[in-house]
Design a protein around this ligand. Structure first.
Ligand code: HEC
Ligand code: HEC
Length: 423
């Protein structure tokens, strides 16, 4: 599979889509575990807290750093209210490298942290690869220009950015039973003549499997549970070590001695409880009758052109999520790795890692308040985001482009009804 990706010219023959009858199984109800109010309130405080080096809130640790991307969760997660998405100015730069030692491939991947507690710990691009220069905080444009000019994949190098998604409704996503996601994967495969996920052109998604776990959080669906994501975010974004995740070691100066944990497991659970308690976004139709009618028509267009083959309205009993939580191949323009594996003609295929152009269908709930769009925020408008759909999303995007101007406007008007929850 990988090899056909590497030779970008190779076009997989489209398998004729044969609709196969499949039985809709009973859908288990999503019942998030009840949240303790005190935990949610403590989590709220921790989510907003501006961390400092040797922060008094971290009882046994060293507080912020040594490397970090921002000093609080809310610095990035704030659009449309606390817990929302963030702009490209807070994008996280990720990288992966592959080097051969004899015949053995060595992989390295991680985050280029934007900040450090003192200059000797400051990471820069040369720590990823000496040819990249010494910039510490490359902008999205700089990263995408570097990738375009150098075609890094062949050289065993990947660099890309991730923008901050909104966390509204993440408790519901956390509680979706694995079975619902498995059924969704099977249904898509059955609809297209039992084609497995990983096709380059047909909208068949596949589960992001991480060991035996079913991924659902992150742009690559890399993480299976909210708590695990929170533990990793504490460590990777703020440098707060905790029992679930160690704080990152600076690529600039590795001999840093941390102290104890910055956060206890209980505190991580409280931050996770706060995220889980954030209400889900709601579809809010305009009051004005003409605008309302336009949005309703736009919703029909959204279905008609095939957006709902991936942006599925309901997952189990979670209504209005507009995602199948599966990975889809979105075409060579949307390559962006950090899966810790970079293919090479010398290596066997590794089907357990996502293709570089594979992304989890982002839930569209709240999309009216989470711009810019796509994994790195390269699309400034919703219209641009749709235009960027290639690979498995190419047909839907082409159908959208063939709509009349007023039908396209209606579809966008529908997306604008998907708002962040009011505070
Ligand atoms: C520097 C900006 C930044 C900071 C600070 C930050 N995040 Fe994030 N957050 C991101 C980005 C970027 C992603 C997407 C990462 C990915 O998909 O690989 C993300 C994703 C998440 C997700 C997964 C959401 C989903 O649906 O996939 C959770 C949960 C989360 N962050 C929680 C937190 C918590 C809790 C904190 C504070 C400890 C935090 N974040 C701090 C940028 C940030
Ligand atoms: C093959 C599955 C698939 C189909 C079909 C599809 N999408 Fe997507 N969509 C995705 C994936 C995957 C992404 C994320 C890509 C990325 O981040 O690079 C995405 C991203 C988006 C985004 C940006 C969301 C954000 O939070 O940044 C919007 C808006 C969107 N799609 C709307 C649509 C519309 C409208 C249609 C129909 C014309 C459509 N999509 C069809 C899979 C699909």
């Amino acid at each position: 599979m990988w090899k056909s990706f590497l030779t970008a010219a190779a076009v997989t023959t489209a398998v004729i889509a044969v609709p196969v009858g499949y039985r809709v199984m009973s859908r288990p109800l999503v019942q998030p575990a009840p949240l303790n109010r005190v935990d949610v309130a403590e989590g709220h405080t921790l989510f907003k807290h501006e961390w400092k080096k040797n922060d008094p809130l971290s009882s046994t640790g060293d507080g912020l750093g040594p490397v970090f991307n921002a000093d609080s969760c809310v610095a990035c997660h704030k659009q449309g209210g606390i817990g929302g998405g963030g702009g490209v100015e807070h994008n996280v730069t990720t990288f992966a490298t592959r080097a051969f030692v004899g015949k053995e491939a060595k992989f390295r991947s991680g985050v280029l942290h934007a900040n450090a507690i003192s200059p000797e710990f400051q990471e820069n691009l040369s720590h990823v690869d000496p040819t990249l220069g010494t910039g510490c905080r490359p902008t999205l444009e700089q990263v995408n220009r570097m990738v375009k000019q150098n075609g890094f994949l062949d050289r065993g190098l990947e660099i890309s950015q991730r923008q901050t998604p909104a966390l509204f409704g993440s408790g519901l996503i956390d509680a979706i039973p694995d079975d619902v996601i498995i059924q969704q994967e099977r249904a898509q495969s059955a609809r297209h003549g039992l084609l497995p996920g990983g096709s380059e052109t047909i909208p068949v998604g596949r589960i992001a499997r991480n060991g035996g776990k079913i991924g659902r959080f992150g742009w690559k669906g890399q993480t299976d549970s909210l708590l695990t994501f929170v533990e990793n975010a504490c460590a990777n974004e703020l440098g707060l070590s905790n029992p679930g995740a160690p704080q990152p070691i600076s690529m600039a100066k590795a001999d840093y001695k941390g102290k104890g944990f910055d956060l206890t497991r209980k505190q991580c659970e409280q931050i996770s409880a706060f995220c889980a308690a954030l209400p889900a976004p709601k579809e809010r139709l305009p009051e004005d009758p003409a605008e309302r009618q336009q949005a309703v028509h736009g919703k029909a267009m959204f279905e008609k052109v095939g957006c709902t083959s991936c942006h599925v309205a309901n997952m189990g009993s979670v209504q209005g999520i507009y995602s199948d939580l599966l990975l889809h191949r979105m075409g060579i323009e949307l390559v962006g790795g950090n899966s810790g594996y970079i293919p090479s003609p010398e290596l066997p295929d590794d089907p357990s890692t996502p293709f570089p152009d594979e992304w989890r269908t982002p839930p569209l709930w709240g999309v009216a308040d989470s711009g810019p769009y796509m994994h790195d925020g390269r699309a400034k408008t919703l219209d641009e985001a749709i235009h960027l759909h290639r690979g498995q999303g190419a047909n839907a995007a082409a159908n959208y482009q063939q709509l009349s101007g007023s039908d396209r406007d209606a579809l966008i008007a529908f997306l604008r009804t998907l708002k962040a929850p009011a505070e």
